[in-house]
Design a protein around this ligand. Structure first.
Ligand code: GLC
Length: 500
């Protein structure tokens, strides 16, 4: 007689799909191919591949610091260290109504933010999911779509019941455009796309001023807005988090992509000396650290799975750091390990495994779910494999998958700690300590991610690492964008535009 168990429940994935788990499991004698012993042996191999020692982390931090410095000194470096033309911290008194349009890795959001001063705000928003096609189609079409959504939002929120506009004749609403891809900026309302990241590939956009492209779309749809600033999500997060908690010195995003921003003294940004900006000023820097170690691959420990992820991506060689960390890639790394073990005849012998063979079918959300499965039998993991991939798993396999998810998730968090440590070290924040505003699906939803980042910081700095704390950030792409639009308005009104 085969012992069997039942479990039930349901989960909702980020894609919006709901998965009902109502599963019957057999003891593993039924599936003789994956015993505890063989899985434990395999796990040891992956443990050594994916584990980062404190010593190795410190070496990465040193190399990282050098890259940050180089990016500040010279234009067009691997880590571009982009001057954002966001000058200094908000006062907390910023107030008024602002629109924010956020073109992120997965969604498009339109927000109306009312800043009330004293670090307080209110927000209304609408979210649209971007299709894969939109991400790869003509760039101008993507901006037209953004404009269409913006128009619907403005029409809905700024007309009364009879459909009469609530705006005064000729009135234009100030808009912050959060465009979270690397852009060279020479003013706050200009941004030349260096390259797409996060799997985007919209045509005829790289090398062009995306602010100008979006302005054309705004004109086409005759929307009563004026785009005052183009903002990276990290910069928005930095400013929004500081608005509510002035101890914030650094902002990080761990989501579909991975990046950081911090505030730099203008006198240390050698590459913009020619602009003769007041040396006493400070300016936010969008590091675009996802590019660290790109092309040369000298510092980061890449496994063969990471190399496959890179080489089969739409941008081989690029975003080397991001590809080891961000939500876009972690599921794929795990899938590649599973596929290797299928090929070696270790996993799922005698079962149809073709569903696991499509790149990127294994979502990073599955890793989160696997790690947080509270049941002894790992029913959630059974659900994932039967529901999405139509394969049966033994308990030993499930324990192995969970352990593997932990290794990949932990490595991502420890590498993230290296990036934070590089900024902390460079800016000398360790003794006085600081808060790091953090946002993104990985940070917010992956169980234990923040704790692992903190452990990593202690491994790098010793006990003093406790002085650096990540905290869930305020919505940088919406609220941050509005505050920056407000700060820009103040500078403009004071005649400090473009930037002196
Ligand atoms: C990618 C983008 C960067 C963004 C990050 C997080 O790394 O290049 O601009 O900040 O993702 O969304």
């Amino acid at each position: 007689m085969v012992a069997s168990r039942r479990g039930s429940g349901s989960i909702t994935l980020p894609t919006g799909q709901t998965m009902t788990i109502h599963t019957r499991t057999h003891e593993e004698e039924d599936l003789p191919h994956a015993t505890k012993k063989t899985m434990a042996d395999h796990l040891r191999k992956y443990e050594s591949l994916f584990t980062l020692t404190p010593q190795r982390m410190r070496m990465i931090v040193e190399a990282f610091k050098d890259s940050l410095e180089l990016g500040l000194q010279k234009p067009k470096q691997v880590v571009p260290m982009i001057p954002t033309f966001v000058f200094g911290w908000p006062t907390g008194k910023e107030s008024g109504d602002f629109l924010a349009l956020d073109l992120g890795g997965t969604n498009l959001r339109v927000c109306l933010v009312t800043l009330q001063g004293e670090g307080k705000f209110e927000m209304t928003q609408t979210k649209y999911r971007l299709t894969e096609e939109q991400k790869q189609d003509e760039g101008q079409k993507l901006f037209d779509f953004c404009a269409e959504c913006l128009k619907t939002f403005v029409d809905t929120n700024f007309t009364d019941e009879d459909g009469t506009s609530l705006l005064k004749p000729g009135e234009l609403l100030p808009l912050g455009f959060t465009f979270s891809y690397p852009c060279y900026q020479s003013r706050i309302d200009h941004g030349e796309l260096i390259r797409w990241t996060k799997g985007f590939g919209a045509k005829n956009t790289e090398g062009r001023d995306v602010a100008e492209m979006f302005r054309q779309s705004i004109e086409k749809y005759k929307i009563p807005v004026v785009m005052t600033a183009i903002i990276n999500d990290t910069t928005g997060t930095l400013i929004a988090s500081h608005y509510v908690n002035p101890k914030t010195k650094i902002a990080v995003i761990f989501g579909t992509g991975c990046n950081a921003a911090y505030m730099e003294d203008v006198k240390n940004i050698d590459k913009i000396k020619v602009l003769k900006i007041n040396e006493q000023d400070q300016m936010a820097i969008n590091c675009e650290w996802g590019a660290f170690d790109s092309f040369e691959h000298e510092h980061l420990p890449r496994t063969k799975y990471d190399i496959i992820v890179d080489e089969t991506s739409n941008k081989p060689g690029e975003q080397a750091f991001e590809k080891l960390i961000s939500g876009r890639y972690l599921g794929e790394i795990l899938r590649l390990v599973i596929c290797e073990l299928i090929d070696e005849g270790v996993l799922f012998l005698g079962q149809e495994t073709y569903k696991l063979e499509t790149p990127y079918v294994f979502e990073t959300a599955f890793l989160s779910l696997m790690e947080s499965d509270p049941t002894d039998e790992l029913l959630m993991i059974i659900g994932i494999f039967t529901h999405f991939f139509a394969v049966e798993t033994t308990l030993a396999e499930r324990q192995f998958f969970r352990a593997l998810a932990m290794l990949i998730g932990r490595r991502a968090a420890r590498l993230s700690a290296c990036g934070i440590a590089a900024i902390v070290g460079k800016m000398d924040y360790l003794d006085e300590g600081c808060l790091v505003g953090a946002d993104g699906s990985l940070y917010n939803k992956y169980p234990g991610f923040a704790d692992r980042v903190h452990e990593g910081l202690i491994d790098i700095f010793g006990e003093k690492g406790r002085n650096i704390k990540t905290v869930h950030a305020e919505d940088g792409s919406g609220v941050g964008s509005a505050i920056i639009a407000a700060m820009t308005k103040v500078r403009r009104d004071a005649g400090l535009y473009p930037h002196v």
